[in-house]
Design a protein around this ligand. Structure first.
Ligand code: F6P
Length: 549
């Protein structure tokens, strides 16, 4: 067992924290005109400004020393080489192989996985071209107009987020629906908008055992048959993306219409694989390839770049700095880009399912905080909702601001207003407003001394609230690929520092198991032996079921 808190590098950070805790960023900026140059880095079309953080050069050196101690690059190379770093599932973790160019090769257990990846990608690309060109038609000969991706978790959030983020690249004759929730309202709303003759359903599930996805897929199939199609038409309208050929076939989807991937692709890391079929259909193969290219560039940056200029390493270290030393328990993602509105939700799964753990690789309990609660909404909307708490609340909540200098929709003055808000928020969070500044402002506005004394404390901003800004020229497929890979590697680095297995997700299992029992009992109308809360909730529902019928 590695005792993180006993490492001299960790202890040095702990003592240093007490020394710099009260330093004000506004003073550090005033004293060092080059602070931005010192604490910013660029790679793969992304500028990371991390100068608005509560760090000095010494802090940064101490954080880098921790990264060196953990030997992040060595660990990353083990992952990239296909070592079975997901020990609890005895699997390699090779989402990086999904974006390697076909000129490369990577032998894992004697197989060249890059060749496999490109063979499957070609299969997907051919299918995608046929659908987008109208060559693949529905059973009545009409071209496909609607695509419904049925999946959940990683089989939904990544594809949905990217299709939204890259909407300007969307095929103009195709519309997309994503159905994930087992709540029948989700599939019903989608089915109400589509025509069976012109719809393609993608059933996306790595395991093909996920209850929600199978229930939605069954409902979609029944709706399709009820619309007048017969079983032979299913092959034209239902395709599967999975690692489980047997279950796909048992479900009734022809395995010729199945796009494969591998158990070494984690669900939340799978958008680069066949799980990205809906993305390919939406933005086309060339743009999908550009996204893969951007991600591959970030992979190379991650393993080749020294830590102080390494974007994933820097972001990860800053997250550890606030989470473990300032005791920050949540972290905000604020994309100032409406098309990135699902990016926080996507990152929630990526980060919280990966690092929401409390045992180390060897099973020993950690005695330090691990993954933070991650949340967010696009700016400027968030400013009119929860930013109040980030500015004046009692918690320290670090935030990443993500934006692009160029808009996909340059209407009037909108984009400059968006950028002005994004940049100004980071300035406000950093600088704050002191009591004397507030008092001077109030007096200048004509307030009496009494009015000033009453109001001033409410208008003080403590400031010193940390932010990173990730700025790019334009959110293109390539830049988006790099941005996603940047956060994937940030999660990796933090997982390594905390000694976690970031690639399993046992924490989702108990609820699934208990739901099976509860469902059985709801069906039978008789709650079994449970605590009084669970039994009474079930009885309430059973009572209402009988009244409804
Ligand atoms: O329940 C969690 C989870 O296993 C995620 O990790 C995964 O992305 C999601 O369910 C969906 O799984 P599948 O693609 O196998 O349906």
């Amino acid at each position: 067992m590695r005792d993180l808190r006993k490492l001299s590098e960790w202890q040095a950070l702990q003592s240093h924290y007490h020394e710099i805790e009260s330093l004000q960023m506004r003073d550090m900026f005033a004293q060092d005109k080059n602070r931005f140059d010192t604490f910013s880095a660029s790679a793969c079309g992304i500028l990371l400004d991390y100068s608005k953080n509560r760090i000095t050069s010494e802090t940064f050196d101490l954080l880098l020393a921790l990264a060196r101690k953990i030997d992040i690059t060595k660990e990353a190379k083990r992952m990239f080489a296909g070592e079975r770093i997901n020990a609890t599932e005895d699997r390699s973790v090779l989402h990086t192989a999904l974006r390697m160019p076909d000129s490369k090769s990577l032998l894992v257990d004697g197989e060249d996985v890059v060749k496999q990846v490109h063979a499957v990608a070609r299969h997907a690309a051919q299918f995608v071209d046929k659908v987008r060109d109208g060559v693949w038609t529905g059973y009545t000969g009409k071209r496909i107009e609607s695509v419904v991706n049925i999946g959940i978790g990683g089989s939904d959030l990544g594809p949905l987020m990217v299709c939204e983020a890259l909407k300007p690249w969307q095929h103009e004759d195709l519309e997309f629906h994503f159905v994930s929730n087992v709540d029948g309202s989700h599939i019903s709303e989608a089915l109400a908008k589509i025509n069976a003759e012109t719809t393609l359903f993608i059933v996306a599930s790595k395991t093909f055992t996920t209850q929600e996805t199978l229930a939605n897929a069954q409902t979609a199939r029944q709706w399709f048959l009820d619309s007048g199609a017969d079983n032979s038409a299913i092959a034209k309208h239902f395709v599967a993306v999975s690692t489980n050929e047997k279950a796909v076939s048992e479900f009734g989807i022809d395995t010729d219409n199945m796009f494969r991937f591998w158990d070494w692709v984690g669900g939340r890391y799978s958008l680069w694989s066949s799980i990205g079929l809906s993305i390919r259909l939406c933005i086309g193969n060339d743009n999908f390839d550009a996204m893969l290219h951007g991600a591959h560039e970030m992979d190379e940056h991650f393993v080749q770049t020294e830590y102080q200029h390494n974007l994933p390493v820097v972001l990860a270290l800053l997250g550890v700095w606030y989470g473990n030393f300032f005791n920050a328990r949540s972290y905000v993602i604020a994309p100032y880009d409406q098309y990135l509105h699902r990016f926080p939700a996507y990152l929630q799964q990526l980060d919280m399912e990966s690092n929401g753990k409390s045992v180390q690789m060897d099973g020993s309990a950690v005695d330090y905080k691990t993954g933070a609660v991650l949340w967010g909404e696009p700016g400027t909307n968030g400013q009119h909702a929860f930013f109040q708490l980030i500015h004046q609340g009692t918690d320290l909540i670090p935030a990443d601001f993500i934006t692009a200098a160029k808009s996909q929709n340059p209407v009037g003055a909108h984009h400059k207003m968006l950028l002005a808000n994004c940049i100004a928020q980071t300035e406000a969070l950093m600088k704050g407003k002191t009591l004397s500044e507030v008092q001077a402002e109030l007096r200048a506005g004509g307030s009496t001394n009494e009015e000033t004394d009453a109001l001033a404390p409410h208008k003080v901003f403590s400031g010193n609230r940390p932010t990173n800004t990730l700025l790019c020229e334009e959110i293109t497929p390539r830049v988006l690929g790099a941005l996603i890979a940047l956060y994937e590697h940030k999660v990796f680095v933090q997982g390594k520092i905390w000694g976690l297995n970031s690639y399993d997700q046992w924490g989702v299992e108990l609820g699934k198991q208990l739901a099976a029992t509860v469902l059985q009992e709801l069906n039978s109308g008789a709650p079994g032996a449970h605590d009084s809360s669970t039994s009474n909730l079930m009885s309430y529902c059973i009572d209402r079921f009988s009244k409804a019928t």
